[in-house]
Design a protein around this ligand. Structure first.
Ligand SMILES: Nc1ncnc2c1ncn2[C@@H]1O[C@H](COP(=O)(O)OP(=O)(O)OP(=O)(O)O)[C@@H](O)[C@H]1O
Ligand SMILES: [Mg+2]
Length: 250
């Protein structure tokens, strides 16, 4: 479904990703784990189109999307959330979710200014889409609240809702559990599993919480210093000496 192949990312002299990649099968939840600075976010940014790799390619359902801009990837069914929840802090939950639908907007500034039928139709469609994911992620009570000041767990759910409103086939998530309480993690984990099972959405999660990884994921890719050092089913990877070495230094 999604393949990142021989990816290399450089920043000045630093090699952030060094010949790394992964293969995601349809319906799978895949985790990318590894110590700080391993290159996980950089690899994910290549897959979502925010970084251009020095080398390698990204294939989505057989199409080479290495040079496809992020909003075009979103339209193809590849959505993402962010490590540091890049929500519009002064907008409401609903507005944030609808903002994720911008790539589908079909009207001009003048349509909006004169509130033409074209603009109205988009607005109605986008609201409907937003309401569906508000239902799915149980965000009703926060619908018209400003995002700033909402609990971190709710903000993470809004970030996921924004991605899901795009009706994606694959969602890329960078550290969805970071900064969440135990209860918030359980809520978010349940939401991810539900979306995976009921809608068949596949996930690529960059995640530090190993308990979450072991519980949720079908396949784990372990990175260290830009490279993939191990991969496989969670229980196998957890007992791999190279993985233990990378995490606890032997
Ligand atoms: N925009 C950038 N400019 C320069 N160097 C960068 C940039 N982004 C990442 N790096 C460097 O690339 C390497 C990989 O960083 P990356 O953020 O991909 O790691 P990560 O695995 O996501 O780490 P973390 O677990 O801390 O989020 C690090 O050495 C980092 O300092
Ligand atoms: Mg990161």
């Amino acid at each position: 479904m999604l393949i990142a192949e021989d990816i290399r990312v450089e920043f000045g002299g630093i090699v952030a990703v060094d010949n790394a990649g992964f293969k995601l099968r349809p319906g799978e939840i895949l985790a990318i784990i590894g110590p700080n600075g391993a290159g996980k976010t950089s690899l994910l940014n290549v897959v979502s189109g925010f970084y251009r790799p020095r080398k390698g390619r990204v294939l989505f359902e057989g199409h080479d999307i290495t040079h496809t801009p992020p909003h075009e990837r979103a339209k193809m069914g590849l959505a993402r959330t962010f490590q540091h929840g890049e929500l519009f802090r002064h907008m409401t939950v609903v507005e944030n979710i609808m903002a994720g639908l911008e790539p589908w907007r079909r009207y001009s500034i003048l349509d909006a200014a004169f509130w033409t039928p074209r603009a109205r139709r988009w607005e109605e469609w986008a609201r409907e889409r937003a309401e569906l994911v508000i239902d799915l992620l149980e965000l009703h009570e926060y619908r018209y609240r400003i995002v700033e000041g909402l609990p971190p767990g709710v903000q993470k759910r809004v970030d996921l809702a924004r991605a899901l409103a795009q009706d994606p086939k694959v969602v890329l998530m960078d550290e969805p559990m970071a900064g969440l309480s135990r209860e918030e993690k359980e809520d978010l984990a349940r939401a991810i599993v539900e979306v995976n099972e009921t809608r068949g959405v596949s996930f690529v999660l960059v995640e530090h919480d190993l308990e979450v990884v072991m519980d949720l994921c079908d396949h784990v890719v372990v990175m260290d210093s830009g490279r993939v050092i191990a991969e496989g089913p969670p229980h196998k990877v957890a007992n791999d000496p190279r993985v233990i070495e990378a995490y606890v230094g032997g």
